[in-house]
Ligand binder design. Sequence first.
Ligand code: PLP
Length: 419
Amino acid sequence: MATVKVSRDTRATYDVERVRADFPILRRRVYGKPLVYLDNAATSQKPDAVIDAMDHVYRETNANIHRGVYLMSEETTALYEDARAKIASLINAPDPAACIMVRNATEAMNIVAYSWARRNLKSGDLIVGTILEHHSNLVPWQQFAKQIGARYEVVDIDDDYRLRRDQFEALLAKKPKFVALTHVSNGIGTINPVAELTAQAKAAGATVLIDGAQAVPHMSVDVQAIGCDFYAFSGHKMIGPTGSGALWGRRELLESMPPFLYGGDMIRRVTLKDTEYNELPWKFEAGTSDYVAAIGLGAAVDYLRRIGLDAIHQHERELTVYALERFDELKGVRTFGTRELSSRAGIVSFEVEGIHPHDLATLIDREGVCVRAGHHCNQPLMDRLDVPATTRASIYLYNTPAEIDALIAAVRKAQQVFA
Ligand code: PLP
């Protein structure tokens, strides 16, 4: 495989130590060693700005949103709706009202499966996915297809771990009604050319959902430029709180869809005979929202924008190159994923000859380094790669070359233990 080289010019301007100082958890030690957190694809750490924003709500303004006519409720409602506007603006959504606040990307994609697909797909229709999908953008479609007698078919990857465009085009020729596609693979870090794929899918007449759970935290995303119909992501992977996330959808689609959950807040008028639903976005936000988490996510968006998504992406890219170079020095180690940098996010899945990923991750942990071992909610992808599991290091804005060195040293040590 070709070795990748990138310019390291931005290192001088990206002050990673300053970023790190904002994340209190990075000061802790584990087993007496400095914490090296490289499990960012699973969840990310939180800066003071996010923790403080949530703390402020609980200490100063907390009151249920939308319902109160008193000051504190109005303040909290304003913070919540302000967070929505920030989140919508981050992905260049044309209309904040078409940005539904959800608990996570899984919920967002299930809304599309339950509310859009049940209305619009029928027996015999084709749904297209990819082998790269996280289970949360695969199982809903696979199971939904079974329930209604539709077909679910997936696009494979090539030898360079990228989607097979020939296969995608062949599936589009069968006129699928729906395409569910990840922006970035959480298993092997492939970045899909979602704008091109969406344009092709739309030209074939399909409605397109993009899973942006591994993209929005790490790069500039513009849903209008992508041209998709739905875009989903989680807040906790982008330095925001757990219990936060968003589904953006085209207004006309969301308006035509029935609610996902029924109850309070999603109604305009209820009689014993019938219910008139609320307008967007509240039609899809039944019950008390996790408004504190959403406000925390708004603070996360401010923080990410202050650093700059392009700068974060470049920082991660440089670290990924460095990590791959360091992994290449190791004997008996195989990394998965393309070496074509423009198609590669900061996720390095690897296997070490003779050591099960779980044993490896446990030994690595003893060195203070957090990585994930398992199938990463990508079982069909693991089957495709012909491995039961991988060990995965995933990089974010606060990681450093020294932390990559710590990971490599920990892998070497594990190899010695097993030798
Ligand atoms: N999609 C991708 C690509 C992911 O990596 C994940 C989580 O790892 C999800 C969806 C699901 O995210 P959540 O568990 O926050 O719903």
